[in-house]
Design a protein around this ligand. Structure first.
Ligand code: SF4
Length: 411
């Protein structure tokens, strides 16, 4: 169990359990890559903190000073050390984008005193209600607006505008609300707002107490999942667009082989485990997998032909040169499944719940049919209610026997 969880740590587990383990469990030391877009976000956050802190004391942060502070942030690091993810952008583009965001924000919101500032870049630690799990949150700005509502603000410098219905919005901002409520239970009306500085848009929402309870339960389950993964030492790598920002690419099990083949990692393993040996193994598996897929398609086609022939001729055994194929055709009654008819299946589960049979259905719908329904063991009214969900289907089984084997068995 971690000493404290956060939105970022659990989001990291969700995006890639391996990265979560490297960073939070194994605590692998790494040279942190600074990407230009991440640095842009940090620089803008620092300037906004100053802007609102001064605004709270009735001091307008002049635009020129704001820009001086912003450019000063960029001057702290040698630009050659930044990693630029997009091939079309230069460091100067990132600097300009941040500058434009701040100027727009300044023009629209100066003098930054439209509410009472309760905290800027706040750090809150709290225990998730009813659990021993400690959480940590960093809140960009907490203030009481002039209409009396407390607003938790988060600044976003990325390109994509979120919606309140976006699960990530609820997941992040809802946790911040749990944090604020744990420290300040007197705040009853709380709005959640994300400021999308590139778009000059504010997305706001308010969560109901029921939503927050549900969210707290989701966080509890997410922590439990990481604890179980730690117990099993099971942290699979999950590749995705965020790999570009990952500091553990060199040791990542999903990236190392490619790096070995590109000659970036030197390994002295036995031949079969050498980079080329592993490449051959991968190629052999890919080829066999492809052949198996083709064979399966061929086999499925032949099976359909066999069943058709058996239906038309009434035969249940087709003899070949080296053996024979047995074809068993029959009929069965079964309850409708989700894949066959999702709407009807939803009706069935609702009926089953009302009859107190949902546990059985969750366990095994076939068992309800075989042991209760077919054998007339259900009360008559229940059987009648379930009847509309029964479908009758053909059953078929095709088996192959080699005659040689059969003869040998008989000896
Ligand atoms: S490089 Fe990608 S797959 Fe590997 S640990 Fe990092 S995020 Fe996960």
């Amino acid at each position: 169990m971690l000493s404290a969880y956060s939105y970022s740590s659990l989001d990291s587990y969700r995006n890639c359990p391996r990265k979560f383990s490297f960073r939070y469990i194994e605590r692998v030391p790494t040279v942190k890559t600074v990407t230009a877009d991440t640095y842009l976000g940090n620089a803008v956050h620092r300037v906004l903190q100053k802007m609102y802190t001064l605004g709270a004391d009735g001091i307008l942060f002049p635009k020129e000073d704001m820009l001086k502070l912003y450019h000063g942030e960029w001057a702290k690091i040698d630009h050659k050390l930044f990693k630029v993810i997009s091939e079309f952008y230069t460091i100067d583009d990132y600097i300009r984008i941040g500058e434009e965001m701040l100027i727009r924000h300044h023009e629209r919101h100066a003098p930054f005193d439209q509410g009472t500032l309760l905290g800027a870049e706040m750090h809150i630690s709290f225990h998730l209600l009813g659990t021993p799990f400690k959480f940590r949150c960093y809140i960009d700005r907490l203030w009481r607006r002039d209409d009396g509502v407390v607003e938790i603000c988060d600044y976003k410098t990325g390109q994509n505008l979120a919606q309140p219905s976006d699960p990530r919005f609820r997941y992040q901002m809802g946790l911040y609300q749990l944090a604020v409520q744990s420290q300040y239970p007197q705040y009853e009306q709380i709005d959640l707002a994300q400021y999308f500085l590139r778009k000059d848009e504010i997305v706001r929402t308010r969560l109901e107490p029921g939503d927050l309870e549900q969210l707290a339960e989701e966080y509890r389950l997410a922590v439990a999942e990481t604890i179980e993964a730690t117990r099993l030492e099971s942290f699979p790598a999950k590749e995705g667009p965020l790999c570009n920002y990952c500091d553990f690419q060199e040791i990542c099990p999903a990236k190392r082989h490619r790096a070995m083949l590109d000659g970036e990692t030197d390994v002295g393993e036995p031949e079969n485990l050498s980079p080329e040996g592993l490449k051959r193994l991968a190629e052999a598996y890919i080829a066999a997998h492809y052949e198996a897929a083709v064979s399966k398609k061929k086999l499925d086609g032949l099976k359909a032909d066999l069943l058709d022939a058996a239906r038309q001729t009434g035969l249940s055994r087709l003899d070949g040169e080296t053996g024979y194929v047995g074809v068993k055709l029959g009929r069965e009654r079964k309850f409708v499944t989700k894949t066959e008819d999702a709407a009807k299946f939803a009706e069935l589960t609702s009926e089953a719940r009302q009859m107190g049979l949902d546990d059985y259905f969750n366990l095994d719908g076939r068992a309800v049919m075989k042991d209760l329904f077919s054998k007339g063991r259900l009360p008559e009214d229940q059987a009648k209610r379930l009847e509309p969900f029964v479908v009758e289907k053909e059953t078929s089984r095709v088996s192959v026997k080699l005659t040689i084997e059969e003869n040998e068995k008989e000896k």
